[in-house]
Design a binder for this molecule. Structure first.
Ligand SMILES: Cc1cc2nc3c(=O)[nH]c(=O)nc-3n(C[C@H](O)[C@H](O)[C@H](O)COP(=O)(O)OP(=O)(O)OC[C@H]3O[C@@H](n4cnc5c(N)ncnc54)[C@H](O)[C@@H]3O)c2cc1C
Length: 549
């Protein structure tokens, strides 16, 4: 994993195979992509603070997991120091480190996790569970003022599907398994979890649970909180076990308390998750809508109707423009076809082309189910002026979806911050929130005097509401501090969420990035309950202190 960016060292985002991207970025951000101005500083030039590791603690850890699995190597410590939020990336790239973990420990069993936690508690050390390190909310960094030894517990060795109860469709899975490795093991027995966040390749089951993650196909499969039925969590007072019962009336849900707990209640070692048979057919179709409002109304009708689709996604006009700009090597025929389509949309259907919105709807199941759902959805789409443009764009989107996160590094290399903020709200608030966020971002760009771009898509639908996912980027002022300017934009967007009846995050968690909005979201008594829960479970504040509250 890159210590300064997204994904493995050998994968990079490039504009060269996307001929429309450079002109698009020049237009909306005023940046010439040929000029790489801000490369990360070389690893050899980093000034990495020395580890604080009492000899007794080190030997206790080495006894717990064997010496090979206790690392104080500089690269290991730096990779585990933070996640992948914009603030994390900018500071890593500049070589500005806070409290770097003193050791990275990799236990290979639940017993080893227990022994590591006991050793840490006995030595008054801090434990930060580490999954894939893809946190985007500042959930992995130790507080800057932490004076106790800090141990990052990387769960990567706990990566097995242990058993599948096929009658109940329940799989017992170790928490450190990465998305691709989990799906590989399930597919070998004909199953899928169906959880595909954009960070799928770089994240783990335990991390998904600890952040209340949501995947692209959540409309069919549910969010990770719906999919997770049972848990094993190593806590300071022993191993917490919640049994995989479909529904229970046993007081406030302990299982729910673990979802989104960001390592503050213990280390998740295992989960029992609901799996399904790999579908016979999987299809993502592209659609166009005259406006974003039409697209949103169609998604609401689909969510409220009898349809059971797997993906509902509709981009606003700005994101639609971006999507067209990232087309890979369009041929002359592609260009002619899209020109003909534009003429048809404008002349025959009366679309205003600068308002037009791209949408993807996914279908999964038997051939018959997919055919029936397509028909049902087709009628709803038509009612809102939409047009199906076939499976080509959907297939392309499906192939490329895990590449998009690399674009943040591409922009940072050119001196521009780009990031995301996502939220959820009832259907009745969707356009209110969208308009408020658009105005807030425009106001922030104007206050800073910078050229910026904001785009949005609806990414997950429920009967009662949906998730809106905003992406923004801007060209910072030549003499300003990029992170302070980033804060102005990010805060304006987040504040517009909570001021307009939306949540601070639908699936990216709280961490430290969103903690300042928690009270406005869940009320002061809600924050007090969370504090009591964390303090009661972990009175010494040894488990990932400073996150959420
Ligand atoms: C480019 C990008 C795209 C993203 N797309 C999505 C998306 O589509 N959907 C989505 O939901 N999220 C997304 N995220 C956010 C991130 O991937 C999720 O929060 C993910 O669930 C984190 O999993 P991880 O394994 O990487 O956990 P980490 O980042 O390692 O850890 C996250 C938090 O969980 C805790 N934790 C990790 N493992 C355990 C464990 N076993 N026990 C206890 N605590 C643990 C950590 O201490 C930390 O507090 C995205 C992030 C990025 C950077």
């Amino acid at each position: 994993m890159k210590w300064w960016g997204w994904g493995p060292e050998d994968i990079e985002f490039s504009h060269e195979d996307k001929p429309d991207l450079a002109p698009f970025i020049a237009d909306v951000l005023g940046i010439d992509v040929r000029n790489v101005t801000d490369a990360p500083i070389p690893f050899e030039d980093l000034r990495i603070p020395d580890p604080i590791m009492p000899a007794d603690l080190r030997s206790a850890l080495e006894r717990a997991v064997r010496p090979t699995f206790v690392s104080s190597k500089p690269l290991d410590r730096i990779v585990h120091a933070r996640g992948k939020s914009l603030r994390d990336l900018v500071r890593q790239r500049r070589g500005e480190f806070g409290r770097v973990p003193d050791a990275v420990v990799r236990p290979g069993s639940e017993d080893e996790v227990t022994t590591v936690l006991r050793a840490a508690l006995a030595a008054d050390a801090v434990i930060i569970p580490f999954g894939g390190g893809s946190s985007i909310s500042g959930s992995l960094e130790a507080p800057a003022a932490e004076t106790r030894p800090v141990i990052s517990v990387d769960l990567e060795r706990l990566d097995k599907v242990l058993e599948i109860d096929s009658a109940s469709r329940l799989a017992r899975v170790q928490a450190g398994v990465s998305g691709p490795h989990l799906e590989e093991q399930l597919a070998a027995q004909g199953y899928t979890l169906g959880h595909f966040p954009d960070s799928f390749t770089e994240s783990t089951l335990g991390g998904w649970i600890a952040t209340r993650s949501s995947g692209m196909q959540s409309d069919r499969y549910g969010d990770i909180a719906d999919l997770t039925k049972g848990l094993r969590v190593v806590t300071p007072s022993g191993t917490l076990v919640t049994r995989p019962i479909p529904a229970m009336s046993t007081g406030p849900s302990i299982r729910e308390m673990i979802f989104g707990s960001e390592g503050r209640l213990g280390i998740i070692t295992e989960a029992t998750v609901h799996v399904r048979r790999v579908p016979e057919r999987r299809l993502i179709l592209g659609y166009l809508f005259p406006t974003f409002t039409d697209g949103l109304a169609a998604m609401r009708d689909i969510a409220e109707g009898e349809g059971t689709v797997s993906v509902t996604r509709v981009s606003d006009a700005h994101e639609t423009r971006f999507s067209f700009a990232t087309r890979v090597n369009p041929t002359v025929v592609d260009r002619l076809q899209s020109r003909a389509l534009r003429i048809f949309l404008k002349r025959r259907l009366g679309y205003g082309l600068d308002q037009m919105c791209l949408s993807f709807i996914g279908y999964e199941g038997s051939e018959a189910h997919v055919t029936q759902q397509r028909r049902l959805v087709g009628k709803l789409v038509k009612r809102h002026g939409g047009l199906c443009i076939g499976s080509g764009p959907g297939a392309l989107y499906d192939q490329k979806k895990f590449d998009t996160p690399h674009i943040r590094d591409f922009l940072l290399n050119r001196g521009a911050p780009g990031d995301v903020s996502e939220t959820a709200m009832p259907w009745s608030r969707l356009t209110v929130v969208y308009d408020a966020v658009t105005a807030a971002a425009a106001g922030a760009f104007a206050d800073l005097g910078v050229q910026g771009y904001l785009m949005c898509h609806l990414s997950h639908s429920y009967h009662a509401g949906a998730c809106l996912y905003f992406t923004f980027a801007f060209r910072p002022t030549p003499d300003g501090d990029m992170l302070s300017e980033y804060d102005v934009v990010k805060c304006a967007i987040q504040q517009a969420f909570v001021d307009n009846g939306a949540t601070l995050s639908h699936h990216h968690a709280v961490g430290t990035e969103h903690a300042r909005w928690l009270e406005q979201d869940v009320s002061a008594p809600g924050v007090a309950m969370l504090e009591a829960l964390f303090n009661g479970t972990d009175p010494g504040r040894h488990l990932n202190p400073g996150k959420i509250v």
